[in-house]
Design a protein around this ligand. Structure first.
Ligand code: HEM
Length: 379
């Protein structure tokens, strides 16, 4: 999509797409402006919809921070915000290191494995399960649910699409019930896991507590998976894997550049609450606006040589985690996870050759289906 982004940034930076009947926004400053102006651009996807219509579903869309505006948003996020600040996240470091090492020890010492299936999918699920305090004996079940929630159809026949949808609904219901049980059990408890925190906050009602647990799982998994996969892909494609391993290239700066260059979330949506002008275009109340983070992160007004992967780029003002009140709650956690995972991975394998022939960029989530790697463990 990157050529399309470049053309649109130049020719039609705020553009109404007749076919999809929505706006597309491509420039960094415009994307940032919309994200910061939450009065004029709501994150509530149901804005303007006929609320009496109902979904006929016995599991209604649960209200969470990601689809609400201030002041509601602050209530739904406020109770947990501290737990994701850098200092609090650092306390999880030894656990994340331990989980990473265990995962690496399960991989073959030599030969080929799929980096996506064996490493970048399981690690974020294990970490979030730990934070939520999912008991060890339910971890496999938990993994199955998370996988079902993010599964994609294997072809575009309607049977396959429906099959995946049914599986997702099943997983969502089972998981919702499971979270409800854990939340009830932990009421009055004093554990320091996030389920106990949610169970005992007065800020949230019962449905919102379940919604919070589901959101953490959905928001933090494929995104982190794609960051890890994109990092190995980018290091291999640009021949810097060894330089990152030895520290010649700073790992943390390199991770930021991966976030910019192959942003795991390529786009976000907002809905205009009133008629507003955006870069000389008249957006009307009720119009849907697609914000292309992937295009903003390659805007030449902000970044030198934006189409070039420069692992040592600094400063790097990318907006891969969004901006404004919805700035990613898990950003510090995701950064720490990626830092630890890549550090231990490259230490563990003295040789790691990725097969770059298979490249399947996705539409709004940017990652790879699989990334076969041939490895040899460090002697
Ligand atoms: C919000 C990206 C990892 C939890 C967001 C947003 C982005 C984003 C762009 C803004 C959404 C919007 O404005 O509509 C990413 C990326 C990640 C990542 C690229 C990994 C590389 C995580 C992790 C967690 C998490 C690990 C949880 C542990 C959340 C939550 C929100 C959010 C709860 C909603 C915040 C709010 O509405 O106030 N993320 N995320 N994310 N993210 Fe992440």
């Amino acid at each position: 999509p990157f050529e399309w982004y470049a053309e649109m940034r130049r020719e039609a930076p705020v553009h109404f797409d007749e076919q999809r009947e929505m706006w597309d926004v491509f420039r960094y400053e415009d994307v940032k402006h919309v994200l910061k102006d939450h009065d004029a651009f709501t994150a509530n996807r149901a804005f303007g919809a006929d609320e009496s219509a109902g979904s006929g579903d016995d599991m209604p869309m649960l209200q969470t921070m990601i689809t609400t505006d201030p002041p509601e948003h602050d209530r739904l996020r406020g109770f947990v915000n501290d737990r994701f600040q850098p200092g609090a996240v650092r306390e999880y470091q030894p656990q994340v290191e331990e989980m990473t090492k265990n995962l690496l020890n399960d991989l073959p010492d030599e030969g080929t494995f799929d980096f996506v299936d064996e490493f970048s999918i399981p690690l974020p699920v294990i970490v979030i399960a730990e934070l939520l305090g999912i008991p060890d004996d339910r971890r496999d079940q938990f993994r199955e649910w998370s996988n079902a929630l993010v599964a994609r159809p294997e072809d575009d026949t309607s049977e396959e699409i429906q099959r995946v949808q049914r599986e997702q609904e099943r997983a969502q219901k089972e998981m919702g019930r499971y979270f409800a049980t854990l939340l009830a059990e932990r009421q009055g408890g004093n554990g320091d896991d996030l389920i106990t925190l949610a169970a005992n906050t007065e800020a949230l009602n019962r449905g919102e507590r379940i919604g919070f647990c589901m959101l953490l799982l959905l928001a933090g998994n494929i995104t982190t998976t794609n960051l890890l996969t994109n990092a190995i892909w980018a290091f291999e494609a640009h021949g810097v894997t060894d330089a990152v391993r030895t520290g010649e290239v700073d790992r943390q700066l390199a991770i930021e550049e991966v976030l910019r260059y192959r942003s795991p979330i390529q786009s976000l949506k907002r809905i205009a609450t009133k008629d507003v002008e955006l870069n000389n275009q008249q957006v009307q109340a009720g119009d849907v606006v697609t914000l292309w983070l992937g295009a903003a992160n390659r805007d030449p007004e902000i970044f030198d040589a934006p189409e070039t992967f420069r692992p040592e780029r600094h400063p790097n003002r990318h907006i891969a985690f969004g901006t404004g009140v919805h700035f990613c709650l898990g950003a510090h956690l995701a950064r720490m996870e990626a830092d630890i995972a890549l550090n231990y991975l490259l230490e563990h394998f003295e040789r790691l050759d990725a097969d770059l022939s298979e490249l399947q960029p996705l539409n709004f989530l940017h990652g790879l289906e699989s990334l076969p790697c041939e490895v040899r463990r460090t002697a």
